[in-house]
Design a protein around this ligand. Sequence first.
Ligand code: GCO
Ligand code: MG
Length: 402
Amino acid sequence: MKIAKASVIVTSPGRNYVTLKVETDEGICGLGDGTLNGRELAVASYLTDHVIPCILDRDPFQTEDIWQYLYRGAYWRRGPVTMSAIAAVDVALWDIKGKALNTPVYNLLGGKSRDGVLVYGHAGGKDVEQALEDVARHKEMGFKAVRVQSGIPGLAATYGIPNASGRYEPAERGLPPEYEWSSELYLRHVPKLFARAREVFGDELHLLHDCHHRLTPIEAARLGKELEPFHLFWMEDPTPAELQESFKIVREHTTTPIAAGEVFNSIWDAHDLIRNQWIDYLRMSLVHGGGFTAMKKAADFAALYHVRTGFHGATDLSPVTMAAALHFDTAIHNFGIQELMPHSEETDRVFPHQYAFRDGMMVPGDGPGLGVDLDEKLAARYEYQRAYLPINRKLDGTLTDW
Ligand code: GCO
Ligand code: MG
């Protein structure tokens, strides 16, 4: 079997997605996601102009050699654009493998280790009570785990709060919107949010929170400590991870479990975090972490240090990534939890899929390959529109992490 053709489809059903379609000389097609929020066209060009010419006529079953060829052969290694492109190829080839062998991809990763994949939803509101109403809605829908974010008194807007439509889509069309940020106001507020959440919902519901890379290590240590009575499932991205040893400071002060990694694109971004057990969950995703070939290695390394997976699963990762993630989550032993931000109905129409939500869990579907498709005719109706993630500035105007 040979790779006969490969093409990049950029579509924007409410937000931009980059999909790689790989076709073999035996008529089998595979899909890979190359979406990088706010930098989509860079990945589309990396694939079209630099990668596709190199994979034509290759055997799609040679996922290891093709991954190494695209990683080492580029000379310039790592980075979100490169690794998202490599991931798109890798995931598409595993999809082809599953279809050629007439088996779901989870069977190529060790088979089912669990009947369903625990997921967490996103609850948010402009204030504590509105956020808790959203938690109640998620509990009603059957979620066993809910991430809780709320507006911060004194700040006009903040991360993770649904808009009027009830959806939360961080990328905004046009140039990057600018928001204000104050860690002091945030740190004063968040413990109250979770005190109320536990008071209303008791101890059984898993509660998660995303600090979104905004705190200094000692601020994160303070927050983790103050959240201990509320037994969070995890505190996410407590502090920027370029300096991995910062997490040692957080770890020394608190038993609140820590998750990091959605912005990582190589196991080297997490190497010290894992081998020092400074984190409990690795959030690297298949689309930004280099695909199945890379993430299987990363998950197996993490397993040696009691670190479990907690894949990123926001709406800027397409249904192709959600499908692939659920196959991975179903098979690997050190699975932790899967983020589920449901895509819009128009996105689901562009990407018909087999995966389904059932009683707080997700199942990937048992058809061959990944069980996700792309309706190219419908996709063509949604023109790409440049969109950016926001910028954050402190109250004195200093640019800070969004
Ligand atoms: C999450 C993430 C998202 C990101 C978004 C960036 O935990 O789901 O932090 O909310 O901000 O994926 O594109
Ligand atoms: Mg996050």
